[in-house]
Write a protein that binds this ligand. Structure first.
Ligand SMILES: *[C@@H]1O[C@H](CO)[C@@H](O)[C@H](O)[C@H]1NC(C)=O
Ligand SMILES: *[C@@H]1O[C@H](CO)[C@@H](O)[C@H](O)[C@H]1NC(C)=O
Length: 824
């Protein structure tokens, strides 16, 4: 209703209120004027409420004439219109681009003409709605900030003119990321709706290239938009089978409660295979590769939907997002051995041609990857999650498959099982994303498991298809369901944006958590040469891979003829090489980081075996910080013979923070080592920095307590092995230059002051460290180059360079340095 009519209607109501008041009380009555305002307000409010205005939503599609818009987004907007227009919503659609108005209008008209009607809408009804949709959709050239201001004015005018209430504005960024900042600035400064209406901006990937770039982009966008205003699209979350994972888990809670865990799940596979290659897209692909293109986003999102704890209320966006984030935090860090990489043979040639590279150019970009992921929590401990994707493979298919352990042994031959629900058949739940044998999305549950519940209106049981076999079994082995109406992912997501369902989108925290997970692996693999494969069915078993412990490896050796010729790939610097020399008159082991860590881990294991054999126990004191993390991981993953049950773990130093603080050295030890090995609890000795709800107070005598614990358990206070680092200022443990404590004297454990935060520390003293049987100093990274050089020349000056005070009384000192620290 136009505003003028509302005013008339409400004036009438007021007159009526006055009239009623006159009939109830005489105007001379003392209460008449006092009561009148109340009556007036009640009438006015009631009137305005009854006139609740219809809501208007403006949708602005930026990049309206681009490929994504033509192929999916306009169709999705039309679907939204079909679904919502009948429910009393008003819309206007603005297709925007840089193209000049006449030209843009022409392109847009063609796109709108080509929109198709869904099967479940009657043709003439659809034609009518399509006509309406076309009239509501206008092309606009949006180039300058003034253009945005004019758009905003026009939207306001439209709402006024039609007597509507503005509910919100949706800006869909279907533009390259480099254009994001300018558009975001213009929207923020001139296109925000009034205070009662919402703003939603929809962003398309890529959301960065690694953690840092993602963080920069997120920070920039965050300066223009609130977190709740941003909708980052991962269109896989709109695929029907993927969108069904959480509802399926929710509706089948009872059946799944006992099954969805490490006791029953054998493994989880998240797979997206493509037959196409990257031809024509190599300029994009060369920069991204398969991991950034598919695994970091789509497959990781799907993995978290399977792995996350199901919130009590699965329809709560906030709860889902929070639980998803927790799933990210439980992912075990990836190592180089967690991945196998491939590249289809024609790829480098395509890159040379399309990007004008010299003849000998050989790309290292992977077009195939298999990754082994572990989720470190009680539910999933030990269950392998396999992510796999590639181009130029033998089939196009996407699925998530949860394979259950099978403990049954069947005495009868398979022939007897047919038609029978033998316990020996594989037990699996599959979310079939699309393509492949089935050709459409589906949810499949082995008949040996349970009959699942699916939402009746939108999913139905699939018809029998005797010709179809999935994972080696006929379709009849499964309870199989497909969507009643197949819907494109973008249509689903556009509807979710309209309804504000944020759980179908990637939050900033979620995005950064994913990059935290993937970036170290991507960096570690940057120079790794992928295995070449011919493509298509010819790949044979070349890309099959298997687990060996916690590592992945191709099943077959690399066949000779596929290896690129000498000189075509850059030389790998990490050919196994360990240099032995001396440093400060003590033995030095120098190597590339990976080999260095492997050597140190071997040496520690050897020392442990020797100590346990001689004394029945091994006392190991470990430093915190970042350098030992790789060592902890190596010890946790590769050293099965390590006598953990007889090992005592001590800390060399600790920051004065509570043990749950991420800065805590003990926390690092816990995360990277203790979670993965079986050290008895009474053998683990954190430093008592947190006593009586305060940190490192002298009066609490934490240092003395730790010294007493050491004296009580470690013979002669002589650790079997102490692992140290070296700071760029020459500090070691938490013994800092120019700080007198701990460098000499009787005290075994001391409180010290660090020049950097957190300032307060607890540390083993130099005399105690020097009593050890063996001291290993690990120095890594080029930042350490200068101090390494300096310390090689100085004498015994612990007050200036505490590290120079490391001189075991009767034990051995060994330096472990990577080439960057040692040679620069
Ligand atoms: C966004 O707009 C608000 C209001 O106009 C303004 O105060 C703020 O500085 C803008 N943000 C940026 C990063 O320009
Ligand atoms: C402990 O110290 C004493 C005296 O210094 C020495 O005789 C003894 O061998 C040491 N014990 C061990 C186990 O090292």
């Amino acid at each position: 209703m136009p505003p003028s009519q509302v005013v008339t209607r409400c004036t009438l109501t007021l007159r009526l209120a006055f009239h009623v008041q006159c009939n109830t009380l005489h105007p001379r009555h003392p209460g008449f004027w006092k009561m009148l305002p109340v009556a007036v307000w009640v009438a006015l409010l009631g009137c305005l409420q009854a006139q609740e205005l219809q809501e208007h939503v403006s949708i602005i599609l930026l990049g309206a004439t681009g490929d994504l818009a033509k192929k999916y987004l306009w169709q999705g907007l039309f679907q939204l219109y079909l679904d919502e227009a009948g429910k009393g919503h008003h819309f206007s659609f603005h297709g925007a681009a840089l193209t000049a108005p006449e030209q843009g209008q022409e392109v847009l008209a063609k796109v709108l003409e080509s929109l198709s009607c869904p099967k479940d809408v009657a043709p003439d009804r659809c034609a009518e709605l399509k006509g309406q949709f076309q009239r509501l959709s206008q092309y606009r050239q949006l180039k300058t900030p003034e253009d945005y201001l004019a758009l905003s004015k026009d939207m306001e005018a439209l709402v006024q003119r039609e007597g509507l209430r503005e509910a919100g504005r949706i800006f869909y960024f279907s533009v390259p990321p480099f254009a994001y900042a300018d558009i975001a600035r213009s929207i923020n400064s001139s296109c925000r709706p009034g205070p009662d209406a919402w703003l939603r901006v929809v962003l398309e990937k890529p959301f960065g290239h690694d953690y840092l770039s993602a963080q920069q982009l997120a920070e920039e966008l965050g300066s223009f938009f609130q977190e709740e205003e941003m909708y980052r699209v991962d269109h896989y979350l709109g695929k029907q089978a993927v969108a069904q994972i959480l509802p399926f888990r929710d509706q089948n809670r009872k059946a799944l409660d006992g099954l969805w865990n490490r006791h029953h799940v054998e493994r989880v596979e998240v797979v997206l295979k493509e037959t196409l290659d990257a031809e024509g897209r190599t300029s994009f692909y060369e920069e991204y590769g398969v991991i950034r293109d598919v695994l970091q986003n789509h497959l990781t999102e799907i993995l978290t939907l399977v792995a996350m704890e199901l919130p009590h209320d699965a329809s709560s966006s906030a709860a889902v997002l929070q639980h998803k984030l927790q799933a990210f935090q439980a992912l075990r860090g990836l190592r180089r051995g967690s991945a196998v990489l491939g590249q289809y043979q024609a790829y480098s040639e395509q890159v040379r041609r399309e990007l004008h590279k010299p003849d000998g150019f050989q790309s290292l970009t992977p077009t195939f990857a298999g990754i082994l992921v572990h989720v470190d929590n009680l539910r999933w401990e030990g269950v392998p999650f396999i992510l796999m994707s590639g181009k130029a493979l033998d089939e196009r298919v996407g699925y998530v498959r949860v394979l259950f352990k099978n403990r049954a042994f069947c005495a009868q031959s398979e022939k007897q099982w047919v038609g029978d629900r033998s316990r020996c058949l594989p037990q699996q739940i599959v979310f079939y994303i699309g393509h492949g044998e089935l050709g459409s999305p589906a949810v499949l549950v082995s008949r040996t498991l349970f009959r699942p519940a699916l939402p009746a209106g939108s999913w139905k049981e699939l018809e029998a298809r005797p010709e179809v076999r999935l994972f080696g079994r006929p379709l009849s082995d499964f309870y199989a369901y497909g969507p009643v109406r197949e819907q494109d992912a973008y249509s689903t997501l556009i509807s979710h944006i309209f309804h504000g369902r944020k759980d179908s989108f990637i939050t900033t925290e979620n995005l950064l958590a994913s990059w935290v997970f993937w970036t170290p692996l991507l960096e570690g693999l940057a120079r790794e040469a992928p295995r070449l494969y011919p493509g298509g069915a010819e790949n044979g078993h070349l890309l099959d891979f298997e687990f060996r412990g916690s590592e992945l490896a191709f099943c077959l050796q690399q066949p000779e003829q596929l290896v690129p010729g000498p000189g075509s790939a850059p030389p790998r610097p990490s050919d196994f090489q360990v240099l032995r020399a001396t440093y400060r008159d003590s033995p030095l082991v120098a190597a590339w980081p990976e080999e260095l860590i492997a050597k140190l881990a071997d040496d520690i294991e050897a020392a442990a075996a020797k100590a346990v054999q001689r004394f029945g126990q091994f006392h190991l004191a470990l430093s915190g910080g970042s350098s030992p993390v790789a060592l902890f991981q190596q010890l946790a993953a590769g050293h099965y013979g390590f006598p953990w049950a007889h090992t005592h773990l001590w800390l060399v130093d600790e920051r004065c923070v509570p043990p749950w603080d991420p800065e805590s050295n003990f926390q690092g030890l816990q995360t990277h080592l203790l979670r993965h090995v079986w050290v008895p609890h009474y053998n683990v000795h954190p430093m008592p920095v947190h006593l009586r709800r305060r940190l490192c107070a002298e009066e609490d005598r934490g240092a003395q307590a730790y010294a007493e614990e050491i004296s009580a358990l470690v013979t002669n206070g002589s650790f079997d092995l102490v692992l140290l680092g070296m700071g760029t200022d020459g500090h070691t443990a938490s013994l800092f230059p120019q700080s007198p404590t701990g460098l000499d004297g009787e005290q075994l454990v001391v409180l010290t002051e660090s020049p950097v935060k957190p300032h307060h520390r607890m540390s083993l003293s130099l005399p105690l460290i020097n009593r050890a049987r063996k001291v290993a100093v690990l120095v890594m990274g080029k930042l350490k180059r200068d101090i390494t050089l300096l310390v090689s020349r100085v004498g015994h000056q612990p007050k200036k360079w505490p590290i120079s005070g490391i001189l075991p009384d009767s034990g051995q000192l060994v330096w472990y340095m990577d080439y960057e620290a040692f040679l620069g």
